[in-house]
Design a binder for this molecule. Sequence first.
Ligand code: GLA
Ligand code: GLA
Length: 694
Amino acid sequence: MSREFAWPRLLTASGKGIAYGGDYNPDQWPEHVWAQDVELMRKAGVNVVALGIFSWDRIQPSEHEWDFDWLDRVIGMLGEAGISVDLASATASAPLWLYEAHPEVLPRDKYGHAINPGSRQSWSPSSPVFREYALTLCRKLAERYGENPTVTAWHVGNEYGWNNRHDYSDNALHDFRRWCQKKYGTIDALNEAWCSAFWSQELRSFDEVLLPRHMGADAMVNPAQQLDFERFGNDMLLDFFRAERDAIAQICPNKPITTNFMISTDQCAMNYSQWAHDVDFVSNDHYFHEGESHLDELLCSDSLVSSIAKRKPWYLMEHSTSSVQWKPVNARKRNGELERDALAHVAMGADAINFFQWRQSRGGAEAFHSAMLPHAGADTNLFRQVCETGATLRDLSEQGLPGTQIAPSHVAILFDAQSQWSTEIPTLPTTKLDHWHDVRDWYRAFLDSGVRADVTPLAYDWDDYDLVVLPTVFMLSDADVNRLKAYVERGGKLLVGYATGIVNEHFQVGLGGYPGAGNGTLREMLGVSGEEFNILGDIEGEPNTVELSDGGVTSLWQTCLTRVADNAHVIARYSGDSAREWELQDMPAIVSHDYGDGHTWYVGCDLRREDLAHIIQHELLPAINVQATDPNIATIERANGDHVFRTYINRRQQSVTMELDEREQSDIVLLYRGERAQNTITLQRNGVLMVRVR
Ligand code: GLA
Ligand code: GLA
């Protein structure tokens, strides 16, 4: 059951508005700095901070000692300045005294070594001792600040799964056995699901269940066991979050509670489509990808966030004003990117724009991570942009944007965390599969075709979309296949990509020809059947790409289709010298098929983005009758009953020019990095236009 949506109040007169601020870590600074912080926050238009995320040690300096005075003072100062507090449970980083007294709370790595304290999240989610300490802290904070009017939301933990996603301790082993028992009921069911007859691994009881600990340098792990371990890690942390949340909510039932997710297209720590039911409002941390994918990647990630938030407003809990410090090469943001990113998140449904962090650290591991107030101080280009962005967001609040909901697309690209975990299993036809990256490629190819798609969890409802795309959804259960079948039978249009529907939820391969999911139902829907996978790579003396008859190029995976239904239509075949070399000559690569009242397409190989766009433009869009808009510009709408806020964002590194219709001309809400000449607008690089139409 989902919790009811609740959004934190601001300390503005109406309690509403776009929340603007960042993580605030005053405990890293002497107290005389705090007054300056608050003054500059006001100048920047900051109206909220996430406070105390890593402050456990300051709050509880030893087991029986509590110090709230400093926190009282900070919260008091912030409140007086009209800045609300999203107060942390402060449990993300435990004090050293706790580890010294209870080394058993440390997680173990797969070799059985204890993880050393000294960083953060170095605790085992399965440790009952740790849980007790953490819940005590939650209760103490809720008792002290539950009624405090400045504290308007709770920020539980921080990025669950960072650093303690995989715990191989004895506590974890104990819980994993119970988890398996609850899931499978009988050991026979588990043996069946895990195919444990393989390599003599049959289990006689749940006491024999093992964690996939290190089994030797060359050992290969049972993927079904590995996958259950991934699910278990997710569930343990979710359980931990719930316990913390409930400890706070019992004392302070009326303030919304969240935890910050980590959704971006290159990571998948948790199954957030599940977690989203457990927060009062969804919040996410997003760090930009450097290079030409920057904006597209942001929109793609945000699309999933907005889907899991069920289109309700969501909270951007962290992003960066400029560079991070945790990549090999940390690109900074150019002039304009800070505000453009903030506006893009707002366009995608965020009603809160927060950064990590307020004041850039002078020491510690994150000293070179950008912040709202940089090392060089307030008289800086960066701080001026921070202030400007604050003013812009205040203006958008006054125009009535907060609370509006993002309009759905006609197209859903399905994402499934479990398929992502599956493509990370090392014993596949290739280790280069990546579900998320293929979601991103399809998303971008739609943008290239002038259509903004929605990224939607497989587990959610996508029945109302005109077109559903499954890119590398490696794992499909029988139930999932039946949902797809019902969707197409009723007239839905379905595109299935390569490496989709290969295994079921227990990582068992569907038999009788690929893709075998749903006991052959998927094959029947697609009108195809394949026998082998042709995998390309850097193999000496062999071609590493293959051409298609429609001009496409594949470079990783080709499903060797040996049967195509009579009523299916082959759209493209493998052709040319490389195809001949690999004995793929004339083999069907892309096939379409009528099924029920609907239609399917099967794309049996990976393709370049431009090839995906070609399919979208020549096959998919004509079939669903969707009007494309200018592909140079991402167009996004948020609406309530009265208004539509339409945002146009330049996707290119050059200026682009667009025309405004009459209504739009009189209703410009915001023009950022753009010029208007009568009915045309030229958006520069990072330019954004927002109009409000009735
Ligand atoms: C994460 C954490 C923050 C900070 C940032 C740095 O999002 O939640 O505490 O470490 O990364 O990018
Ligand atoms: C070795 C083993 C076999 C099998 C193959 C797979 O030869 O003896 O059991 O695992 O590798 O290539």
